[in-house]
Design a protein around this ligand. Structure first.
Ligand SMILES: O=C(O)CCC(=O)C(=O)O
Length: 259
């Protein structure tokens, strides 16, 4: 069985239904604000890591070196427009596994919103991705972490439910996290002790989150590798208009493990 999906270039492409998320995975994502698909790219991981290292190893490659408060003033190296510059990674933009996920959670009106490659020599304090797009404009991030990560060496953490950005819970968190130095004053615990889910990962896993979902990473070591592909809805607000409470979730043929 096949379904039509607009690819990032705006053309119609055919995605086999095997690449669409199950109703349970979509429900999980819409309820908690994230989803991990273990091993989705494990058979391609050598090529993916090779493409990543080609770009970061190229002395002529322009990079941004940042030392921002969000990362404790420590070093982060970014290459914007990342996979677009790599012959080995660029095909991911049109990969049916990616397009199937994007159609499942953004819908048919999705647009490509670029990619970024990162080397972290730092932690990331709690934030949502409102620097990249206004929160009312629905966007999702598909992330490839290229090291084995747990809570002890910088695995991404998210606060489930914080993607309901207009609710008091999410608004309170965004206000309280504006100044990371205030977190212990406000809550009596450190940033790393804020209640959250740590998404442990191994290279080849895909982690997807809503730009609105509050996320961070703690205990990160040297040279943590990440690249992400971003997609958004074409018309701001259209995804939210389609949401309704208590929508029925079709029964699955077999249980799906989502995290
Ligand atoms: O892994 C991290 O430290 C943070 C990544 C992040 O915040 C992002 O890509 O939006």
């Amino acid at each position: 069985m096949t379904r039509t999906v607009p690819n990032p270039a705006g053309e119609s492409a055919i995605v086999d239904s095997q690449h669409l998320l199950s109703p349970q995975q979509v429900h999980f994502f819409e309820t908690f604000g994230f989803l991990k698909i273990p091993g989705l790219f494990s058979s391609d991981i050598d090529e993916i890591i090779g493409g990543f290292e080609d770009l970061f190893g190229d002395q002529n490659q322009p990079v941004w070196e940042t030392q921002e408060a969000l990362h404790g003033d420590a070093r982060r190296v970014i290459i914007p427009g990342f996979i677009e510059q790599s012959p080995r990674l660029a095909p991911l933009q049109h990969d049916p596994r990616i397009l199937g996920i994007v159609q499942s959670i953004v819908g048919r009106d999705s647009t490509w919103a670029s990619s970024d490659g990162n080397l972290f020599y730092c932690e990331s304090y709690w934030h949502s991705d409102d620097y990249a797009a206004p929160l009312h404009h629905y966007h999702v991030k598909l992330s490839f972490y290229l090291d084995d990560l747990t809570g002890h060496n910088g695995a991404i953490r998210i606060i489930p439910g914080s993607h309901f950005h207009n609710q008091t819970f999410a608004k309170t968190l965004r206000k309280d996290f504006k100044d990371s130095a205030k977190v212990s004053e406000l809550y009596g615990i450190s940033g790393g002790e804020i209640p959250s889910i740590t998404i442990e990962s191994t290279p080849g896993d895909l982690i997807i989150w809503n730009f609105r979902t509050i996320h961070g990473s703690y205990n990160g070591g040297e040279r943590r590798r990440l690249f992400s592909m971003n997609f958004g809805e074409e018309t701001a607000g259209s995804h939210d208009e389609r949401q309704r409470p208590n929508k029925p979730i079709p029964a699955a043929d077999a249980p799906n493990k989502v995290t």
